[in-house]
Design a protein around this ligand. Sequence first.
Ligand SMILES: Cc1cc2nc3c(=O)[nH]c(=O)nc-3n(C[C@H](O)[C@H](O)[C@H](O)COP(=O)(O)OP(=O)(O)OC[C@H]3O[C@@H](n4cnc5c(N)ncnc54)[C@H](O)[C@@H]3O)c2cc1C
Length: 437
Amino acid sequence: MRISDHIHSNEYPASYYAATCNDTAGFSALSGDETFDVCIIGGGFSGVATALHLSERGFKVCVVEQNKIGWGATGRNGGHIIGGYAYSMWENKSKIDSFGEAGTKALWDMSIECVDIIKNWVEKYNIDCDLEFGFIDVAMKKSELEWLKKSADTLADRNYPYETKILNKEELSDYVVSDQYIGGRTNDGWGQAHVLNLVLGEARAAEKLGATIYEHAEVSDIIHGARPRVVTKTGTITADFVVVTGNGYLGNLVPKLASRVLPAGSYIIATEPLSDEQIAATAPKGWPTCDQRWALDYFRVTNDKRLLFGGMATYSGRHPKNIKAVLEPKLHKVFPILKDVKIDYEWGGYMGIGLNRIPMLGRLSDNVYFATGYGGHGVAPTHMSAKLISEAIAGQAERYDIVASVKHMPFPGGRHLMQPAYAVGMAYYKLRDAIGW
Ligand SMILES: Cc1cc2nc3c(=O)[nH]c(=O)nc-3n(C[C@H](O)[C@H](O)[C@H](O)COP(=O)(O)OP(=O)(O)OC[C@H]3O[C@@H](n4cnc5c(N)ncnc54)[C@H](O)[C@@H]3O)c2cc1C
């Protein structure tokens, strides 16, 4: 699905990430008919990480990306590395219980492993992507702080290996200086990165291990069969396995996924570089920070000292005309001291949201897999889904089966009604946020 609107073209958006990208050389063009062990559709974290996992296992793989590597949500997001592959499942206690103790333990371990995959690859392949650890969840009201305490207890009960601390308002000021928050919870196991440089580094690592990465190759059809075929305008690929990872950008290529994954817009602004005094007066440690509302604010300080601030979501398919005009007032509410700071970049993108907010993976046919639907928490979980699919392709499907067993219902009303229906649902949650219910 080629999209052309004021936040999407065939090139990278005018984002902080694109402006500071350290690899602009590009990848291959597809022409003619090629054969691979595995063909992966989509060049975001899901696709590139699947390619790297499989290349490490010795498979001959290719990635087919309609625009550029990291062009989708992967190269546009907040850069918060949030663990918890199964984290959203913790909120869904009955779902977790249905896995039994062994399944729950496996999901819990994946919640930590998804971050470890990134950490290990950055080290192993020497990827220059400003990876740092330290994360903070902030609370605006007592009930949110209570919830953070409760979840810290769950982490402790499960022997979470990284330090977490509950902070009162005074302690919080070492991390975030804003009268919007009454406390928070730190997490040394989560972190941040320059996500476009991370995905490009992973793509180069896969390439060095023999993978072929095709850009500007939009897949228009998947022909299922003993050896599925992937069709683009400039060539075809025949493979033993296909993995579909287009997420919020897949359009109607796979109708079963189109009715289950809602492309929801999310938007970010980046300030000019801040002075040390401005950083000390706002986010002294620069850690990625999220509040606890449905329509949350999130921010972090980049390596070059900009505040990256995200804070709205759209479900109607329409983007705000002026992203800066919508986000700047939110930034100023959290940090009034930044009211005269210039905004250098504004951009947005689509995340893929499923009805139960649990990552989706599975098979469309015996040899065609998919991974999608991470909502706004995909940076680390994509790496886990990719690993599970690579294990399944290599013949070890135990862990894959646990996650693939989760049922994902289509949105009521299907593809055409999903956006208005979800918009109404989210308006309800935004109202709850607004009145503090
Ligand atoms: C503004 C924003 C902020 C976010 N912030 C965070 C955050 O801070 N932390 C976090 O964990 N998550 C965040 N997310 C979510 C996270 O970015 C995603 O969950 C994750 O990047 C999904 O990766 P993906 O590879 O599955 O999908 P994508 O990165 O969207 O990649 C899909 C790719 O498939 C390609 N494609 C689609 N159809 C075709 C086709 N027919 N042929 C060829 N190629 C095709 C697309 O061009 C695209 O490049 C955010 C998302 C957005 C939009």
